[in-house]
Design a binder for this molecule. Structure first.
Ligand code: ACO
Length: 312
């Protein structure tokens, strides 16, 4: 059912070749990439909000510097990814308009609040941990600009994950009982939302089969979720924290943990716009965009003036 052109394209993918911006690609491939890279970029940008919330309240100057650097990295990742998306023929303004009008998604996780400092530890440990688990294989994704962006981004993400874990090591291993209890409470609230980051279970994942054939995705959602659980359980044990799942149990036969699925009804509610912070997040982004209008207009006016000077 593939046309000869589509077959030749699939053969290139199967040989492990990278696809570059100006090369022929099926419309579906282009659309899927714009959707995924665009959502990924939006996630980086919206993802600054829950942590940015704590920059002014970090407990020490050192923690403040580290958090500030991390949140700035996220901005960089967003810009990098918007640029990768632009190579597919969509403009950044269009993508932002799609986000603000609710037509494009961003990761469900950023619709949960960060209530206290332990949450900043949990976000770094679990949310950035899940992000890396998903992004490391994406370094081998078939689209050249996306793959190269992932290589750079993954290096920074591993620092992010470690800064979160470091916050929790301090609270759990050297802190007071109250601080350890705060860390446990943060884990209790962020565990299932972190598992949701990998997307719906494979049977409900509408895009996986085609995206994997095109090597846009390298693993299924459930494969990565399993790897994340297996990696994270010993880290929780080291901190002396308990994963809030009574069904969590090592399964010798599969060489991994059995665990409870997240509440998928909650997941679909959150991605439909009805999570605890969806409205607040969008409001903050739209306000930032509108507040920045004078600056964008200023840049444009200046460029036009220079252009006119050069022409005269
Ligand atoms: N949050 C919001 N939406 C999600 C999520 C999630 N955690 N998981 C899946 N969805 C959406 C999909 O975008 C899709 O909706 P759409 O058709 O309207 O776009 C729908 O749910 C069905 O899911 P899938 O068919 O499984 O979608 P897909 O194949 O795109 O897989 C995944 C989802 C795994 C998130 C994939 O898009 C991906 O790997 N993206 C790149 C990584 C990324 O975006 N990370 C952002 C968070 S990490 C960070 O920013 C720090």
């Amino acid at each position: 059912e593939m046309t000869p052109e589509e077959q030749a394209f699939q053969d290139r993918i199967d040989r492990g070749e990278k696809i570059e911006p100006k090369e022929w690609m099926p419309e579906g491939y282009r659309k899927t990439l714009i959707r995924q890279i665009g959502q990924h970029a939006h996630s980086e940008i919206v993802g600054q909000l829950p942590e940015g919330n704590w920059i002014t309240r970090a407990p020490t100057l050192e923690r403040k510097q580290i958090l500030l650097a991390k949140v700035q990295d996220e901005a960089g990742h967003g810009l990098y990814l918007y640029s990768a998306a632009e190579t597919l023929g969509v403009s950044r303004d269009e993508l932002i308009e799609l986000l603000h009008s609710g037509k494009m998604k961003y990761s469900s996780i950023f619709n949960y609040p960060t209530l206290n400092w332990a949450d900043i530890g949990a976000v770094g440990w679990l949310v950035d941990g899940a992000a890396i688990m998903n992004q490391v294989p994406l370094q081998r994704t078939s689209y050249g600009p996306y793959s190269r962006a992932m290589i750079r981004i993954c290096k920074e993400e591993s620092f992010h994950q470690r800064q979160g874990y470091d916050i929790l090591m301090k609270m759990c291993l050297q802190g007071t009982p109250e601080q350890k209890a705060m860390a446990q409470d943060a884990l209790n609230r962020f565990w299932y939302p972190s598992l949701m980051m990998f997307g719906p279970s494979d049977k409900d994942s509408v895009h996986s089969a085609q995206s994997m054939q095109w090597k846009i995705k390298i693993n299924t959602n459930d494969e990565l979720r399993q790897k994340f659980v297996d990696q994270t359980v010993p880290q929780a044990e080291y901190l002396g924290l308990t994963i809030p799942d009574p069904n969590l149990k090592w399964n010798e036969e599969k060489g991994g943990y059995d665990f409870s699925e997240p509440d998928w009804t909650e997941f679909f509610e959150v991605i439909a716009g009805n999570g605890p912070c969806n409205a607040e997040r969008m409001e903050a982004r739209v306000m930032a965009w509108e507040d920045g209008a004078w600056f964008r207009e200023g840049l444009l006016a200046h460029a036009q003036k220079e252009e006119a000077l050069r022409a005269s």
